[in-house]
Design a protein around this ligand. Structure first.
Ligand SMILES: Cc1cc2nc3c(=O)[nH]c(=O)nc-3n(C[C@H](O)[C@H](O)[C@H](O)COP(=O)(O)OP(=O)(O)OC[C@H]3O[C@@H](n4cnc5c(N)ncnc54)[C@H](O)[C@@H]3O)c2cc1C
Length: 404
């Protein structure tokens, strides 16, 4: 990997800044511009009113053409081939310029990194370029009705039928399964062993026998599905890594997932302050006269700075070493606690205005804050619950004995 000095990096920063300013679609420059919220996820199922002409899609394609949706991935697959220090500059400049994210993608955050580590050349060439270009949207088929925290208890069967694998079973809480083109999935290939009987396969969601049933939430939204596989035939080549070797890949992918969830709280991320500065909001509701609330808000803001610094440090360690480690569980846990506390303080500061998520009498920012508060309840569940992450920290980071 090339070693860059300050002069080269400064020149690269200027180049990135100019490229972004030139290529950002004019229609997106107005921060209030409304575009189809699905566009940023790409995929073959996205049609949208403006289709390919949607400015978000135009933006995604331009950034992808540079390889900057996956700045550090090899050029051979369409990635940017950049050194970590350069990739950081791209991320920083996108954040600094207030540009929208070009592409949100489970493929970029979770699947791609493990394909780079575990897939064969054919699989990498088939899937990585389409992930980078946002052409295929992926979902994650891990959880099952009887296997959430105890993920290795999964039962979805994958049988060797000679010239193909056959998948039968059910997944649950599959985020955006109804909008996804493909699913990365954990399946059971040996019923006599628990962890050593799991394999990691890739399933085309358009195949016969795949059915998704959206789960409707109290808010009316439906961010996830039950996913059923009945006699689904997938090619032999869709097995990633070793037969019965999927548990190792599954755990590695979770490290990337947890790192990515936490990254939203890091530099340039919006997760830590999406609904405005906490103290400013409290001030506008005249809530800062309450000394106890003032103290808790100050503490939360201090914790946020500490969290940001820790995320920056672990991200630097990850870039310098072999990618994320079990320590991502520390950040995932801390970020979930921070986000929940922050949104509690937000709605508490708003008094009675912090009670409504819809209807007259509540402004849009108020409705968003209350919805955001409800959403944070899932932060300590998704990507592994807080208790499970604490178990990982105890065993894999602190090296404490496993009581089992
Ligand atoms: C917003 C959101 C999006 C999601 N998206 C996806 C997705 O795309 N794909 C996917 O596969 N899954 C997804 N999930 C599912 C998620 O991974 C599971 O909900 C999670 O792993 C917990 O599993 P469970 O719901 O079965 O709870 P359970 O495992 O039944 O846990 C119930 C409670 O028991 C506690 N508990 C369980 N075991 C232990 C233990 N050993 N020690 C201490 N406490 C324990 C848990 O911490 C929890 O509090 C999503 C979840 C959410 C909330």
């Amino acid at each position: 990997m090339a070693d860059f000095g300050a002069t080269e990096l400064d020149a690269f920063r200027t180049e990135v800044r100019e490229w972004l300013a030139t290529n950002y679609p004019a229609e997106l420059k107005d921060p209030g511009a409304t575009t189809d919220p699905e566009a940023v996820w790409g995929g073959q199922r996205f049609v949208g009113a403006a289709g390919d002409g949607d400015p978000q899609i135009v933006w995604m394609r331009r950034v992808a053409e540079k390889g900057w949706t996956a700045p550090t991935w090899p050029k051979a697959y369409g990635g940017g081939g950049l050194a970590p220090a350069q990739a950081r500059i791209v991320e920083q400049e996108i954040g600094r310029g207030g540009y929208r994210s070009p592409l949100l993608s489970f493929g970029l955050w979770m699947l791609g990194p493990v394909l780079l580590e575990y897939a064969n050349d054919e699989q990498k060439l088939q899937h990585l370029p389409k992930i980078i270009r946002g052409e295929v949207r992926w979902c994650q088929g891990y959880s099952e009705p009887g296997a959430g925290s105890d993920l290795a208890g999964l039962a979805t069967r994958c049988e060797d039928k000679g010239d193909h694998w056959q998948i039968d079973g059910q997944k649950v809480w599959t985020s955006y399964a109804d909008k996804a083109d493909w699913c990365f999935c954990l399946v059971r290939t040996d019923t006599t062993k628990k962890h050593e009987g799991i394999s990691f396969v890739l399933i085309d969601m358009r195949l016969p026998g795949v059915e998704t049933r959206p789960i409707k939430l109290i808010s009316g939204e439906s961010p996830f599905c039950e996913t059923f596989f009945t006699g689904v035939k997938i090619p032999k080549g869709n097995l990633v890594g070793r037969l019965n070797g999927g548990w190792e890949i599954a755990k590695r992918l979770l490290q990337y997932e947890r790192q990515n969830i936490s990254a939203g709280f890091g530099e340039g991320g919006t997760a830590g302050g999406a609904s405005g500065d906490l103290a400013e909001v409290a001030k506008s509701y005249e809530a800062l006269t309450d000394g106890d609330l003032r103290r808790r808000i100050t503490e939360n803001k201090m914790n946020f700075q500490a969290l940001r610094q820790t995320i920056a440090r672990t991200a630097a360690e990850s870039r310098a070493g072999n990618g994320p480690s079990a320590a991502t569980s520390i950040i995932k846990y801390a970020a979930a606690e921070f986000a929940k506390e922050r949104s509690e303080l937000m709605v508490e500061s708003m008094g009675v205005q912090g009670l409504g998520w819809s209807g007259d009498g509540f402004s849009e920012p108020e409705r968003l804050a209350v919805r955001g508060w409800l959403r944070t309840k899932a932060n300590s569940i998704e990507g592994g619950t807080s208790e499970v992450n604490l178990n990982v920290v105890a065993k894999r980071v602190l090296g404490l004995p496993d009581p089992k």
